[in-house]
Design a protein. Structure first.
Length: 417
């Protein structure tokens, strides 16, 4: 009696609670606007109170100083004399008329008032400067505290950009806009992780399901072709089917590699681009000799952190394309590696047909070739440059192409060291 397979288990739910029950009074929610309003309003209020208090104290001191009598009446030998430390003009009041004496007293009072006001202004400016320094320092500290959740979100986003989809922000604190943003970001990461996990599972299953029948077909065709008594027409048909099967295998391998290389490289090891380029040249050397293409160039050490198999595929695809899309006679391919401006550079140049500048971007699209059909070409399946661009991006680098004068291309791959 057949048993029914168990249904697939649902993906695990998030460990945090991205959605909270809404409060009965949403206007009491401690949003960032309210918090910043209260914070900076309170800071201005405190600064105003301090400044007002300082000005009051300084004004009180100035008034106290200005209320001192400008002169004193002293008597000596039954004579009234006037003495003043601030008004030298009234010290000899005995020789002055009454109007001159009153004028000297008024001038002395005005002078004392000016001195008091100047002293009040200078001390107020010093107090304002001190309060401004304290306000800027306090505001800088408070702004850092308020914006610290944004730094946490940014650090998590950078970790996710490095293919660590398991990272979560899980921000604690008041239920404000930053909390809502962090929870939404965590929810998005959860969905992305599920999607990438499903994609990896699909790639693994497709790799097995697509390779197996093609391998069986190839084996059967090779067995039939090994029979010497088979008719010539059957052998010709078998060779055609074998070539078609081989093309299908290349297409499947290219699609699977393109799907895997779209992600960032998690496990990185030191890889020398010079060694990778040398291996690629060795693998294409026989094909280049058969087509009369000379491969040259100097490979200088250029060590990067990445996946050696994928980086070798970059060099192999570029060198193969350079050999296959070349001139019939007297063609050459130049492969160089070096360090330039702190980055590892792989350059593959070749002679070949003239490539218009507007066709460069189309070369990196899957199944696109220069002035050829999507299928039916014996030079490949149209995924070589797409794979190169995908692998370069997965390593944090990029590839650029430029037409050569007289025909051909200059492919330049730049990778971080």
């Amino acid at each position: 009696m057949a048993t029914t397979p168990a249904p697939p288990q649902a993906p695990p739910k998030p460990t945090w609670a991205p959605r909270r029950a809404e409060s009965a009074f949403p206007w009491l929610r401690p949003t960032i606007r309210i918090r910043l309003t209260l914070l900076y309003g309170g800071m201005f209020l405190i600064a105003g109170i301090l400044l007002l208090s300082i000005i009051y104290l300084l004004a009180a001191q100035a008034i106290s100083t200005g209320n001192q009598p400008p002169f004193k009446i002293v008597s000596a030998s039954n004579e009234i004399r006037v003495a003043s430390a601030d008004c030298p003009a009234v010290n000899n009041a005995n020789g002055l008329r009454l109007d001159e004496f009153n004028s000297a007293i008024s001038e002395c009072i005005d002078q004392k008032r000016r001195v008091a006001l100047d002293d009040l202004l200078s001390r107020s400016l010093l107090a304002l400067l001190g309060l401004a320094i304290i306000a800027f320092a306090f505001g800088y500290a408070m702004a850092g505290r308020v914006l610290s959740p944004l730094g946490r979100i940014t650090r998590t986003a950078r970790a996710v950009a490095g293919s660590d989809l398991s990272r979560r922000i899980e921000l604690d604190g008041p239920d404000d806009e930053l909390k809502e943003l962090a929870d939404t970001f965590d929810e998005m990461l959860e969905r992305l992780q599920r999607a990438f996990t499903a994609q990896q599972r699909f790639v693994g299953n497709a790799s097995h399901e697509l390779r197996t029948p093609l391998a069986i077909n190839r084996t059967l065709l090779e067995v039939h072709l090994s029979d010497p008594s088979a008719p010539v027409e059957l052998q010709q048909l078998g060779k055609t089917l074998l070539a078609t099967n081989e093309r299908s295998e290349q297409l499947v391998e290219g699609l699977l590699l393109l799907a895997r290389s779209d992600n960032q490289i998690v496990e990185r090891k030191p890889v020398d681009l010079a060694e990778v380029a040398g291996q690629a040249v060795d693998q294409v050397h026989a094909e280049a000799q058969a087509k009369g293409v000379m491969i040259r160039g100097e490979q200088k050490p250029a060590v990067v952190q990445g996946n050696g198999v994928l980086l070798e595929r970059i060099a192999l695809n570029l060198v193969q394309n350079a050999v296959r899309y070349n001139v019939p006679e007297g063609g050459w391919v130049e492969v160089t590696t070096e360090i330039q401006h702190g980055q590892a550079v792989l350059v593959v140049s070749n002679t070949g047909p003239v490539v218009p500048a507007y066709e460069i971007d189309n070369l990196f699209e899957p199944f696109r070739r220069l002035r050829t059909e999507r299928t039916g070409s014996d030079k490949g399946v149209g995924l070589g440059l797409s794979i190169v661009r995908s692998v370069a991006r997965a390593h944090g680098g990029h590839i650029s192409a430029q037409p050569r004068e007289g025909g051909g291309l200059v492919m330049r791959v730049t990778l971080p060291v």
